[in-house]
Ligand binder design. Structure first.
Ligand SMILES: *Cc1c(COP(=O)(O)O)cnc(C)c1O
Length: 398
């Protein structure tokens, strides 16, 4: 059954993804099943999206309620209470004043790019330039792709959007040397995801905050991957107490239902006015209700505590593995966003894990990425580590 679905898919899809040859059909808890009935422990969660795992009773009930009410979407010509409720929760949880809902991470970053450029344009002589980090990832549309500090995502698509420059991540002097009177914003991921699971240093974020305050530059944190409980804080920046002017979110925000958000505070909160920006689907009833459900779970607090304890448990198990294999260079990351830097390409390891019943992702060619549902249990971590041990003992032979 899977092979015929894949063959049909190949005949009709644009060839944009290098997909693994399984067709996923359903899920329960932290496990997903393919159309042939094979079961997989999920350490990917749809790339840090499905934070409550599968068949979460609260999320399932919420979505069922919205569907039964019959109105999935009404456009932003009108109000809907789910979006208002979700925005209030997001504002309360982040301590940031204003919310704009959209549909994806790249779209949240496009909104942020427009906001910071409008802010800059209101200054004397106009400030238009944006600094982002090397190895960053901000999305695939033109602005976000230009913001992404990795040539591999950009090289076939020039000309890019003007006004961007790139500083080495975690190198404050490099950022400072790029700042001019024309700089309107600095974009940073508090934990780089696609770039290899690399946390920003606390001091780096603190120095950026000070620089931005002194030079009237907006500090934008892309928390599309690291936000929403992933780091055991509702938002990754809360660990450093460095609050951004603008924050972007998506991935986990709807627990699997597509929704993104841009959140802004202080002098960034009221930059956009009617006519400046819009998204037809933004804050639609179904996605906003999902976001409200996810945000309620984060507000309640036990999930964050759970991430903290399971993170320590997973980290120490991975640390034990590192002692056994010289191909493991480093275990890094925060919360349940961990990376295992290897000396070798990880694709073979990923395929072997799949054959033994576990989904796991990469972040660049040589990094195994662990971004499971935040509800993962210690027993399930034991299961994951057991599979890794089995795969490593066969493939790495050290
Ligand atoms: C995934 C990701 C994006 C892009 O999100 P999409 O929903 O795929 O557009 C942007 N920034 C970061 C940090 C991401 O991890």
């Amino acid at each position: 059954m899977a092979t015929s679905i894949i063959e049909m898919g190949k005949s009709v899809f644009m060839d944009t993804y290098a997909q693994y040859p399984i067709v996923l059909a359903n899920g329960e808890g932290r496990h997903v099943y393919d159309t042939d009935g094979n079961r997989y422990l999920d350490m990917v969660a749809g790339i840090a999206v499905n934070i409550l795992g599968y068949k979460d009773p609260g999320l399932t009930e919420t979505l069922g309620k919205v569907v039964s009410e019959g109105l999935l979407h009404c456009s932003n010509l009108y109000w809907n209470s789910y979006a208002v409720q979700a925005a209030i929760r997001l504002s309360r949880l982040s301590g940031m004043e204003r919310v704009f809902f959209c549909n994806s991470g790249t779209e949240a970053n496009e909104a942020a790019l427009k906001l910071v450029r409008k802010y800059g344009s209101s200054k004397k002589d106009g400030k238009t330039d944006i600094i982002t980090m090397t190895q960053s990832f901000h999305g695939r549309t033109y602005g976000s792709m230009t913001a992404t500090g990795q040539v591999k995502y950009q090289k076939a698509f020039h000309p890019l959007v003007p006004g961007f420059s790139y500083a080495a991540f975690n190198d404050y002097t490099a950022v400072e040397s790029l700042v001019t009177d024309n700089t309107c914003a600095i974009f940073v991921e508090p934990v780089q995801g696609e770039g290899g699971v690399v946390p920003a240093q606390k001091q780096f974020l603190q120095q950026l905050r000070k620089l931005c305050d002194e030079r009237d530059i907006l500090l934008v944190f892309d928390e599309v991957q690291c936000g929403l409980g992933r780091t055991a804080h509702a938002f990754a920046w809360q660990a450093s107490q460095v609050k951004p002017d603008v924050m972007t979110l998506a991935k986990a925000l709807g627990g699997g239902v597509p929704i993104g958000a841009m959140v802004a505070d202080g002098k960034a909160a009221k930059v956009l006015v009617p006519g400046d920006h819009a998204a037809t689907f933004g804050g639609n009833l179904l996605s906003a209700a999902a976001a409200d459900c996810i945000l309620a779970r984060l507000e309640e607090g036990t999930l964050l505590e759970h991430v903290k304890t399971t993170s320590a448990y997973l980290r120490s198990a991975l640390g034990e593995l590192q002692k056994q294999y010289s191909q493991i260079i480093e275990i890094r990351g925060v919360g349940l966003m961990l990376g295992m830097q290897m000396t070798i390409p990880v694709r073979l390891l990923i395929e072997a894990c799949m054959a033994e019943g576990m989904l796991i992702a990469n972040a660049g060619p040589n990094v195994l990425r662990f971004v499971p549902p935040l509800t993962i249990t210690e027993d399930e971590i034991d299961e994951a580590v057991g599979i890794l041990k089995s795969v490593f003992s066969k493939i790495l032979r050290d």
